[in-house]
Design a protein around this ligand. Sequence first.
Ligand code: 5GP
Length: 388
Amino acid sequence: MYNLFLIVGIHKKESLNLVKNTTSYALHFSDSSEVSLPEKIIIMRIETELKLDYKDVLFRPKRSVLQSREEVDLTRKFTFKNSQQVWEGVPIMASNMDTVGTVEMAKALAQHKIITCLHKFYPIDLLLPLFETTAAEFTAVSCGIKDDDINYLAKVHAAIPKFKFICLDVANGYTQRFASVVAKLRDIYPDKVIIAGNVVTGEMVEELILRGADIVKVGIGSGSVCTTRIQTGVGYPQLSAVIECSDAAHGVGGQIIADGGCVVPGDVAKAFGGGADFVMLGGMLAGHEQSDGELQTINGEQYKVFYGMSSETAMNKYYGEVAGYRSSEGKTVSVKYRGDVNNTIKSILGGIRSTCTYIGARTLKDVSKCTTFIRVSQQSNEVFGKNS
Ligand code: 5GP
């Protein structure tokens, strides 16, 4: 049953409900009157419940017995539903974007037990040395759903049979073909941890997990260099997507990744507070020594180029053109050079630890249980400039 606000051919200005009987539809008005409708009436469905982004909420602080941030444990241990693989680490991930999901990033982040999803364009010989190290436990191999992608994955598997994570990534995880590829990969790789996305609604999260995914990547249109919402009008506020999708995933024994939209360490904590099992970062890890992208000097300051994987820059780089039937859904920006990513990671982990002490969560797993969000109209005081 949906609240309807626009019904073609009906001139009654009030909220009303559509009820489907076995043979017809009827509109129920708030004054108890009722109008029967022909079977083929055109209706506009609008979900009116407010959906939220990270910036729309803050954590409510709570009394806590924790003495110090040092007491907080940010590691989690998962046994994944379909692969039955066990993994332990800090459940943050570098995005499989070619500027962020690099071998150098994987080496640095593995020291913190953080996962890097390598981008899907790596030649296999450049991957081999990485998987000889302990970083293998914290590295995912990425691919798409085209035949070439599946063949690439098979070649990686032949060369590096022990890799643990497959990150199956498409912009639109709602196609039937995507769900079929998830099922096919589960058959071929029964013991690999399959990450699949992106989607933003509970029913598709459930479908992907039931088809064989272990972890579903959640986020459409929330990324820092994403223009999907502009180009297509499609999207879902990220915090609400995380809250709804984590509930759906946990109901069927799976996990989710909150992918995209984190701008500051507090957003990463909010994603965990909303129920995310993992949080994936692109822009927050861009512009570092370990990131890829051309280094530029503008007005004496150093920058690194960062771009979306559906941007013109990425499509020209990997496919030689933007195919005639599609448009770019990503942008290209210059990010201030931020040096060693280890400093950024320390700041993010320090921020989350501090969140935990404010809300009384001794472990990362406890964060969502200890979370009460308050809706706000202003996240921080920016009188002296933007806080980042
Ligand atoms: P960020 O952490 O930068 O806000 O978001 C990173 C996420 O944005 C990525 O993990 C990916 O899901 C998404 N993304 C990356 N490139 C593009 C793009 O070109 N277009 C869109 N729509 N999303 C992108």
